[in-house]
Design a protein around this ligand. Structure first.
Ligand code: HEM
Ligand code: HEM
Length: 176
């Protein structure tokens, strides 16, 4: 299997980026919803730290993924069945990246405005002053961006199913 993307399909690196992110999000989204329901305890703090560590890792991973996309451009779009199809596909992919980055950045800002110092793996950083109003705003952004992500992923999967079973253009082969 080739490392770089070709015009027809994703290479090994592109496939790994896609499926590792998929698995990480599959765990991280329900984990976040579970976390908010827990009573305050040392166990909750530990679980929150894991959520933050995984979230910051997803943030770096997405940045590396976008850099990789510049180095090795994505395969060309599958032939259109209807007008505007390519644009819809591109918009879906673009917004998926936007929602992942919004979730991670808002989570980071919420914690930092709470006055906490975060471990960014390569360094630690925190704001000098807290601001609980902004912390609440960024938390709302965190929650709504998660709903946006869930909507976009649902559309993304429905599109793949439509391509596979109705248009029969074997789009899945590009990423498997
Ligand atoms: C958390 C869930 C998922 C996310 C966030 C996600 C995200 C993405 C993104 C951002 C791209 C565009 C990659 C690029 O070229 O930059 C993509 C492509 C693709 N994804 Fe997903 N994906 C998810 C789940 C899935 C699942 C479950 C399937 C299969 C059932 C799938 C099938 C595909 C296919 C076939 C493409 C290539 C589409 C094309 O070239 O037109 N994805 N995905
Ligand atoms: C893609 C990565 C991430 C996903 C999918 C995600 C998802 C979620 C979800 C679904 C919730 C529950 C929201 C609710 O219903 O109230 C949540 C809560 C939370 N997230 Fe994230 N998150 C991610 C990254 C981060 C990061 C990077 C941070 C901080 C650095 C963070 C900090 C938090 C905190 C602190 C809570 C719980 C807040 C509380 O109950 O006080 N998250 N997350």
């Amino acid at each position: 299997m080739r490392i770089f993307n070709s015009t027809k399909e994703y290479g090994l690196v592109g496939k790994l980026f896609h499926w590792i992110t998929f698995l990480a999000l599959l765990a991280q989204v329900p984990f976040g919803f579970y976390l908010v329901g827990l009573e305050f305890s040392s166990e909750r703090i530990e679980l929150e730290n894991i959520h933050i560590f995984v979230g910051i890792t997803i943030f770096y991973f997405t940045l590396f993924r976008l850099i990789w996309k510049l180095i090795s451009p994505s395969p060309s779009e599958t032939k259109s069945v209807f007008k505007g199809q390519v644009l819809i596909g591109k918009a879906n992919h673009f917004l998926l990246y936007v929602s992942i980055l919004t979730i991670t950045i808002s989570g980071i800002l919420k914690k930092m405005y709470m006055g906490e110092t975060l471990n960014f793996i390569f360094f630690k950083y925190g704001f000098k002053k807290d601001n609980f109003i902004l912390a609440d705003v960024y938390y709302d952004v965190h929650v709504y961006a998660n709903y946006l992500l869930l909507t976009l992923v649902t559309l993304h999967i429905l599109a793949v199913i439509t391509h596979h079973f109705i248009f029969k253009d074997n789009i899945l082969k590009k990423i498997l």
